[in-house]
Design a protein around this ligand. Sequence first.
Ligand SMILES: Nc1ncnc2c1ncn2[C@@H]1O[C@H](COP(=O)(O)OP(=O)(O)OP(=O)(O)O)[C@@H](O)[C@H]1O
Ligand SMILES: [Mg+2]
Length: 457
Amino acid sequence: MAEQILIIDDEKNYLLILDALLSDKGWNVTALSDPETALDFLEESEVDVVITDMKMPKLSGRQVLEHVRRNYPHIPVLIMTAFGSIEAAVEAMKIGAFDYIAKPFSNDELILSVTKAMQFASTQRQNRILRETLVERYGRHNIIGRSRTMHRVLEMIDRAAPSKSTVLITGESGTGKELVARAIHFSSPRKDGPFISVNCMAFNPGVLESELFGHEKGSFTGAVARKRGRFELAHGGTLFLDEIGELSHDLQIKLLRVIQERRFERVGGVEPIEVDIRVVAATNKDLQAAVADGSFREDLFYRLNVVRIELPPLRERREDVPLLAAHFLDKYATENQKPIKGFSPESIDYLSAFDWPGNVRQLENVVERCVVLSDTETIGVEDLPPEIRDEETQYKSAVDLLPATINLSETLEKIEAALVRRALVRSNFVQVKAAESLGVSKSLLQYKLKKYGLSVP
Ligand SMILES: Nc1ncnc2c1ncn2[C@@H]1O[C@H](COP(=O)(O)OP(=O)(O)OP(=O)(O)O)[C@@H](O)[C@H]1O
Ligand SMILES: [Mg+2]
């Protein structure tokens, strides 16, 4: 579809000339002499660029400009002014015109100006699409979980998002802290502003300070130019301070001041800089314990802890495991173009029973590995990595096979007898080897053999 230009001018001659000239360049032109009709047209159509005359009866160009700025801020407006009326042009630029065209105009100048406005409109459009995909990708609907605790987390996000309050997200590594931070930003009124993230552990304290606050040229060796810090870059948006528990004492004091006053100076600078930001912080440390042992300032802790979102470890919301596993399977099967349909019920049992010390990130990695390595339609227990099939989980599944009502000591003896027999068979009835594989002495093994009436050929 060709780009759409709307021209508004009460002088019909000009309309005809402009229409012919711009249509000739392949643009779709709508030329209207009545400004009010033009505003209706704007309402109903997708217009990319507006060109309006300044002096018109009914509505002035200035009013048209103001209307477009207010209702369609993404549409650039070109203002046509009578030759010599520089004040009008300056005035128009002040209230947000993209450019002005002095009448009479040269064709080349006009086309250049319109081309620039078109490029601007197209960048605006692309940015808008990009922002929409960002919201799509990072919105709260990407947070999977039906457990009660995750429902509560989602509720907290909804409640916190509209405000400017500082949020502290806590939880073990891989529980989704960054995911939640992004969801807060992209569900907030600041979603069109920047989301700037800083990992406080990734820099040494000196570097972190200038990363956060920026520096003036020459403020230290190597500061060859002025640099804006992340606090400045986050203006109008959200600043995500990850691993906040790692902040040095010195920086804790500085951060406290910015959060209180929304104002700071660049390193080596004297001029205060004011910013409009929302701070979201995250940590996998126990900050309260850090406050108690003096390594984290209490006043900063309370400033950060206005809204607290606690992400439970995955092992405390096992009902989310099948859902997450299916979600990641979908993601990686699509990415790797593999026709995998799902997990076998047994493998889901294994996944749900596992303790997930690395939480959701570990589950995601395991599923990705399964998808990449598997060449079957269904992922079975044999496709799971050994750490998940082993140990605790295996005992648990072995136990699941036993009847619900048992006699504990009798059952344990039966299991012991079976294990001793298995060890003997596996070590070709070499008793020393069998004892070793069971982690017992040879004499204890011989005692058990006698007890359970097992004979060695
Ligand atoms: N509830 C969830 N739904 C979907 N994906 C999730 C969920 N929780 C975490 N993830 C995914 O798990 C991975 C780890 O999450 P994230 O990076 O947010 O964790 P984190 O708590 O910041 O970890 P760390 O403390 O190690 O930085 C990401 O790929 C994220 O998309
Ligand atoms: Mg993280």
